[in-house]
Ligand binder design. Structure first.
Ligand SMILES: [Zn+2]
Length: 348
């Protein structure tokens, strides 16, 4: 392996350590002892033209001898790559990553493509609120429901049973293990595709997206473990959290119970109630109502941060705004460690 690659591995390791330390500092969370890794399956190719080179396209050789081939430093012969047709002719190549995955070896290539005017000029959409649930999983304040569950393939179960029967360390055991890894890779791809699709649907064209800081890790452990694991929820949540247009409302905000018209908190709502009904006469489907309430809370929060000190001026303040402020200032939040009540209010 060329020294350059080893250097890249070393520097990415250093970067990861720095990121870990920074995260520890910021969140105060502990991380365990570092463990030994026996394998490494990604090589960073960080200098186009030097570490790797595509032998077609910009070189005007798309159909020539080196069709669909890539040159990688340290390997003398050009390497054939499938799927090159996905790269537009006017793309500018940048760094790449050579990855070994259970189903084969992949080249992840970063390209720069000239901006598409049609894509940039996409219409702007109004702000939206999102309620994360388990069954339908995501409900928007506009009433759309996204089912983001991805089912575990039947084959995986069969393979796992087979593995359990086989002698550990035997040839067949390793073969089965490899097949299981491939199935997991497929599952992961499906999940990611789903998350990307829903993310795109929700986020494109929006300046404000409001969601609640859900305790997904807690769900994994608890009652809903299986269902959460079988969905793209975690991936989607990470993507949304990284978006600057996404506003996150406190985990303990009673989005299900607070009425969005009069601001009263209706304690009587239980997990089985599908319809929200308030004393003031407001009635709405439960999940959509939660999403709408979140959107209002988000708008309120946004206007506070934009305007400075005084939140919406008194004359424009609605009952909901007042109620939200009261909730925010009251120390109603459960203490750390005992929070079974709050997350369950947002589930369902
Ligand atoms: Zn009400």
């Amino acid at each position: 392996m060329p020294a350059k690659f080893i250097q890249a591995v070393y520097s990415s390791l250093k970067q990861d350590m720095a990121a870990l330390a920074a995260k520890r500092e910021k969140t105060g969370k502990k991380n365990g002892k570092l463990k030994f890794r026996s394998g490494y399956n990604a090589i960073e190719l960080n200098q186009y033209g030097n570490t790797h080179r595509i032998l077609f396209g910009n070189d005007g050789n798309r159909n020539g001898k080196y069709r669909n081939t890539v040159h990688i430093a340290g390997i003398k012969r050009p390497i054939r790559v499938f799927g090159m047709e996905q790269i537009p002719g006017d793309a500018e190549y940048a760094n790449a990553k050579l990855m070994k995955r259970p189903s084969g070896i992949y080249l992840l290539l970063t390209c720069y493509v000239p901006r598409d005017a049609k894509r940039d000029g996409k219409e702007e959409k109004p702000p939206i609120g999102l309620d994360f649930g388990i069954k339908t999983t995501i409900t928007t304040s506009e009433g759309d429901k996204y089912d983001i569950s991805v089912r575990e393939p039947e084959r995986l179960k069969g393979l796992q049973k087979k593995l359990a029967r086989q002698k550990k360390g035997s040839r067949g055991w390793y073969d089965t293990k490899h097949l299981i890894r491939r199935e997991y890779e497929k599952l992961c791809n499906k999940r990611r595709a789903k998350a990307n699709q829903v993310y795109h649907d929700i986020v494109t064209g929006r300046k404000l997206i409001v969601m609640q800081d859900e305790n997904i890790k807690g769900w994994h452990k608890g009652l809903f473990g299986r269902q959460v694991q079988n969905s793209a929820l975690g991936t989607l949540n990470a993507k949304l959290s990284a978006n600057p247009n996404v506003l996150v409302v406190d985990r303990f905000f009673p989005s299900t119970r607070m009425c969005l018209r009069c601001g009263v908190i209706n304690e009587g709502i239980t997990l089985s109630d599908r319809i929200f009904t308030c004393r003031c006469g407001y009635t709405e489907e439960r999940d959509m109502k939660a999403a709408k309430t979140l959107l209002l809370a988000g708008k309120h929060k946004r206007s506070c941060t934009l305007a400075g000190r005084k939140c919406p001026p008194e004359e424009r303040k609605s009952d909901f705004d007042t109620s939200y402020e009261i909730w925010e200032h009251s120390a109603r939040r459960p203490e750390k460690g005992k929070s079974p009540e709050a997350p369950s209010s947002s589930i369902s």
